[in-house]
Design a protein around this ligand. Structure first.
Ligand code: NAD
Length: 259
């Protein structure tokens, strides 16, 4: 079965790197017209070769005014909207809760949760006008279980899944499907930073943390950005036409996040 998104107009947040870039590439290959944003202007410009013809806006998803500007520009380039992918989210601090500064808590929630709400509230009227569509929220296995020493991140992702289920109920009658994808640990620079921070906290070697993370997963594997992009294309395509309100883990089956 070939999964196609021909003629679909997609906005993907934090699309200049990692999972967001992989989703932008896969959706473009499936026939969608794509607009991406990122807070990092240089990284965004560097996507020009991989994503020719894609609209780009420098935007901080944690800032409602910046999101408003993003939607104005995306609407100019796409002329409407069928798919919103709320991908932006930061790892936040690694520390016991009592050592986390309120500003770090707030910033992690602002990017990972507030930003998804700011984008959804602007996208909903456009999706209704299109006669239906899909919202995909990139959550995490951290939104499905507790994660010691990552309280802001886990709270942001649990909140995102709550937003997903609630919007699915509000928007189902309009033919708008809302789902979360929950990636496991993705091989790449971000996971390297998370592992380094955890190793520093525990005063052990990063290789031991990596081995412990792999042991938490039934399939003993990290995932690839392409695994997440495939799921995003699937649920936005006709193949996913009856899937809504779900938190879909793509993770090799995480048994626990407690080291
Ligand atoms: P990443 O750290 O590689 O960052 C991707 C992009 O986000 C970067 O280009 C960065 O500039 C941009 N960004 C950061 N803050 C932003 C903001 N305020 N506004 C706009 N753009 C911003 O991220 P990733 O690993 O690709 O993760 C993408 C999503 O997947 C996140 O929501 C993350 O929580 C989730 N996730 C990642 C992993 C993982 O192991 N990497 C696992 C589970 C879930």
């Amino acid at each position: 079965m070939e999964l196609r998104l021909d003629g679909k107009r997609a906005l993907i947040t934090a699309g200049a790197a990692g999972i967001g870039l992989a989703i932008a590439e896969s959706m473009t290959a499936a026939g969608a017209r794509v607009h991406i944003c990122d807070i990092d202007e240089a990284r965004l410009a560097a996507t020009a070769k991989a994503l020719p013809g894609t609209g780009r806006t420098v935007a901080d998803i944690a800032d409602a005014a910046s999101v408003d500007r993003l939607f104005d520009e995306a609407l100019d380039s796409l002329g409407g909207l069928d798919i919103l992918v709320n991908n932006a989210g930061i790892a936040g601090p690694t520390a016991p809760a009592e050592q986390i500064a309120p500003a770090d808590w707030r910033h992690t929630l602002a990017v990972g949760l507030d930003g998804a709400f700011y984008c959804a509230r602007r996208a909903i009227p456009l999706l209704k006008r299109a006669g239906g569509g899909a919202i995909v929220n990139i959550a995490s296995t951290a939104g499905l279980m507790g994660v010691p020493n990552r309280s802001p991140y886990a709270a942001a992702k649990w909140g995102l899944i709550g937003l997903t289920r609630t919007l699915a109920m509000e928007l189902g009658p309009f033919g708008i499907r809302v789902n979360a994808i929950c990636p496991g640990s993705v091989d790449g620079p971000r996971m390297d930073r998370v592992i380094a921070a955890d190793a520093a906290l525990r005063q052990i070697d990063p290789s031991e943390v990596r081995a412990a993370y792999l042991a938490q997963v039934s399939m003993r594997t990290f995932v690839d950005v392409a695994d997440i992009a495939s799921m995003a294309v699937f649920i936005c395509s006709d193949a996913g036409a009856r899937i809504s309100g779900q938190a879909l883990a793509v993770d090799g089956h995480t048994e626990t996040l407690a080291v």
